[in-house]
Design a protein around this ligand. Structure first.
Ligand SMILES: NC(=[NH2+])NCCC[C@H](N)C(=O)O
Ligand SMILES: [Mn+2]
Ligand SMILES: [Mn+2]
Length: 347
């Protein structure tokens, strides 16, 4: 949704002012957790992303950055699988802790960055965000839909099921998992958009179709171009009212040539420029409220370079979601509008 013309510009500036008065600072929360899947190493994601210079990069942006360090999660000794789902109580408890931390950070007025850890952490992150901002919408950038229920999941892994815990429409398709009694579904299917899908399980496909979820596969991105994809995304989520955005960014959305150190890489992913375009456009709405950056697994890189490129990709999309631009100075809506107008005049 690109607003043009003087009236729209006025509206946009006003919207932006309200948004900017809401969040003047950034909170970084590390979530070193891996039990949403079976491979070790993704608990070292927050360290790898910090080592790639995250905090230093964010310090060049306009607002104060508060690094709250890493949460400390307990691994429960007695945690039998439920059906074929491993570590349900451990995952449930970790997410409850994270939910409280995200809720506090958002409540304190911070735009919050959650560093994972595996993608099961989105359950707590989005739930905690929704406690403060029940009107939020969710943009899920990922090769995967992560919308399996324990009945449809081929692997049993909870990082492939996060969205199913959130959606009201799936309430009676979800069993009562031990560890999750605290989560009540809070999101409607119409408040969710996927970008980057290319590895969707059969049961997930049925759910997406049944619920009429808006999604863009890599094929859709090839066809429409990423600019149009973002316009339709914002039209879908924001045209009726402006509301906070939760961006849940799985690093495996990026092409594995850019982000190889991750547990479930899938060929044919986002290019560097598509990834950055997505986060720039989200920044430009002025509505980003919480961002998850998950699934960086430094133990899975084939070399030190592979790990470093994955972590630095993560830093780049986070910095760009928070306003780092490709033209140097921080782009404001004003300067962006001026530039668009000049570009139009030139045409
Ligand atoms: N967050 C992720 N990387 N998810 C991968 C999920 C893979 C597969 N769809 C599953 O449910 O097991
Ligand atoms: Mn994924
Ligand atoms: Mn994911």
């Amino acid at each position: 949704m690109t607003l043009r013309g003087p009236l729209c510009r006025l509206l946009r500036t006003q919207l932006n002012n309200t948004c900017q008065s809401r969040a003047h600072s950034v909170a970084v929360l590390g979530a070193p957790f891996s039990k949403g899947q079976k491979r070790g190493g993704v608990e070292n994601g927050p360290k790898a992303i910090r080592d790639a210079g995250l905090i230093e990069r964010l310090s060049h942006l306009d607002y104060p950055v508060h690094d709250f360090g890493d949460l400390s999660f307990q691994h429960l000794e007695k945690d039998e699988p439920y059906m074929h789902v491993p570590f349900p109580r451990t995952v449930g408890r970790a997410n409850k802790l994270l939910s409280g931390a995200v809720s506090n950070a958002v409540g304190a007025g911070h735009t919050t960055i959650m560093l994972g850890g595996d993608h099961s952490l989105a359950i707590g992150s989005v739930e905690g965000h929704a406690k403060q901002r029940p009107d939020l919408c969710l943009i899920w950038v990922d090769a995967h839909a992560d919308i399996n229920t324990p009945f449809t999941s081929p692997s049993g892994n909870l990082h492939g099921q996060s969205v199913a815990f959130m959606l009201k429409e799936l309430q009676n398709k979800m069993p009562e998992l031990p560890g999750f009694s605290w989560v009540k579904p809070f999101l409607s299917a119409k408040d969710l958009v996927y970008i980057g899908l290319r590895d969707v399980d059969p049961g997930e496909y049925d759910i997406l179709k049944d619920l009429g979820v808006q999604y863009f596969t890599m094929r859709d991105i090839d066809r429409l171009g990423i600019q149009r994809v973002m316009e339709v995304t914002f039209d879908h989520l924001l045209s009726r009212k402006q509301r906070p955005i939760h961006l849940s960014f799985d690093i495996d959305a990026m092409d594995p040539s850019l982000a190889p150190a991750t547990g479930t890489p899938v060929n044919g992913g986002l290019t560097y420029r598509e990834g950055i375009w997505i986060t720039e456009e989200i920044h430009n709405t002025g509505l980003l409220s919480v961002m998850d950056l998950v699934e960086v697994n430094p133990d899975l890189g084939a070399s030190r370079e592979a790990v470093e490129s994955t972590a630095s990709m993560a830093v780049d999309v986070i910095a760009s979601a928070l306003g780092q631009t490709r033209e140097g100075g921080p782009i404001t809506q004003e300067s962006q509008t001026l530039k668009e107008d000049t570009e139009q005049l030139r045409l």
